[in-house]
Design a protein around this ligand. Sequence first.
Ligand code: NAD
Length: 342
Amino acid sequence: MSLKHQRVVVERGPRSGLPIIVAVHSTALGTAIGGCRIATYPDWRDGLDDVLRLSSAMTQKAALAGLPHGGGKTVVALPAGAVLDRRAVLHDVGDVIENLGGIYATGPDVGTGPDDMMTIGERTGYVLCRTGDSSPGTAAGVVASMRAVVADRFGSPELSGRSFAVLGAGRVGSHVVRLLRSAGATVLTADVDPSRRTAMESVGATWTDPRSCLTAAVDVLVPAALGGVLTAGTVPTLRCAAVAGPANNQLATDDIADLLHERDILWAPDVVVSAGGIVHAIATELHHETPAQVTTRIEAIGDTLSGILSAARETSSTPAAAASRLADFLVGTPPTPLPATV
Ligand SMILES: NC(=O)c1ccc[n+]([C@@H]2O[C@H](COP(=O)([O-])OP(=O)(O)OC[C@H]3O[C@@H](n4cnc5c(N)ncnc54)[C@H](O)[C@@H]3O)[C@@H](O)[C@H]2O)c1
């Protein structure tokens, strides 16, 4: 396999002794952006695989969100049972990013949050989201996407009277549930953490168990927990008309997009749907836009998704393939040919 990334740095952190891996996939549209993931891997090379995949997805995400940025990612690959000296590892991360000289800026991801960005910020200025929570922006982008999805599927963007099953009532999922309820939708929700139940029922959502939520007969299933939820095993059990949610990497493998298409379940690519938080952070922190300008950008996620869903229909391809082709076009990558049929 040829290397498609602009730059990949692997360093053993001098303070932490841990593998710090930063991949800059592309700066064709501007500074690469993408979060810092601290996670356990069987081997650091699995972390390398992850960072290569995630940074390439960030290039697509930034381009599809209309941001003048490329994609990158940081992974700190923890061995099983590692005891973390958090400050040491975050300073190691900060130094690696600083040494890249500004071609990449990081932010929170799995295993890191705004406080960690403050600590990384003690070593480098190339860091986002030091304050605040990205989940309200992400949720707003999800709801803008919902309007595009129901318009495509049912002929009207109206959310009132539509039914949704939100799997995962965490930071983003709980905001989505509230926004959908305020718009007059019927909402079923579930989380492995039962402490979320009271808050969700107080806004009028119906609580259920995760399995029933996944397979509920609803208009739209909203994956808002972990990635990999759509598999060859789960897709045949779905009873929804569409799937659209913030969870990253929902498809266990790329061919699951075809399986959903064959079942006539509309899948909205998560790389588009989940962009609201990063759009908010970039527009506010790097481009100093006004709240009204930021809202307009987040609402535009729905327009982008509408265009992708129309293009998919017109070319008889999956929305995943249509999104990928649009991202390649925006970044200037030579497009891959369309398959004859899907
Ligand atoms: N926070 C953001 O701004 C943002 C931005 C883009 C994408 N995402 C993605 O959206 C998803 C949710 O992010 P978040 O910030 O809300 O995370 P979170 O950790 O706050 O919420 C996730 C929730 O899912 C629940 N959960 C875990 N496994 C589950 C299961 N099997 N069934 C049901 N519930 C389960 C957890 O208990 C938790 O409440 C993640 O995939 C994340 O990568 C988040």
